[in-house]
Design a protein around this ligand. Structure first.
Ligand SMILES: [Zn+2]
Length: 142
């Protein structure tokens, strides 16, 4: 199998996928995606991708995980795995909305969560790549 981004031959590698939420983190070991070594693009087989998605979704939906209604810039950047500067940029160009309370921004957690493309995020081990950010902005454009 060849990488769709750079055309390199991909290798099947045993790895683990982690997803974090607030102070919690889960790690799924033993997944075997095809990995492109040069650009780190991963392709999971459909059954593994589905399993990872279901675990991540069930975890995010769990009522046992404490979820504050409002988040600050630091928490949103942590949640989306992007820099705080990216969050400010997204605020500036309208991809993210928030309310200013005093000197601080407050984001509604539900609105931030809707920005997630769960399939894309789960398949990449919960790190957000540039292509995820494109998905996020296209979702926001709707
Ligand atoms: Zn590649």
């Amino acid at each position: 199998m060849k990488c769709i981004y750079c055309g390199s031959e991909m290798e099947k590698i045993k790895t683990s996928v982690s997803a974090s939420w607030g102070k919690y983190k889960i790690e799924i070991e033993g997944v075997e995606p095809y990995v492109c070594i040069p650009c780190n693009h991963k392709v999971y087989d459909p059954e593994e991708a589905k399993m990872i998605q279901e675990i991540a979704r069930g975890y995010a939906d769990s009522e046992l995980v404490e979820k504050p209604v409002f988040l600050n810039v630091e928490e949103v950047s942590d949640l989306l795995k992007v820099s705080q500067q990216t969050i400010y940029n997204m605020l500036k160009d309208g991809r993210l909305s928030a309310s200013k309370v005093g000197r601080e921004w407050r984001f509604n957690r539900n609105a931030v969560e809707r920005l997630f493309a769960p399939q894309a995020v789960a398949a990449r081990g919960n790190t957000i790549s540039n292509s995820d950010l494109d998905i996020i902005s296209s979702l926001l454009g709707e």
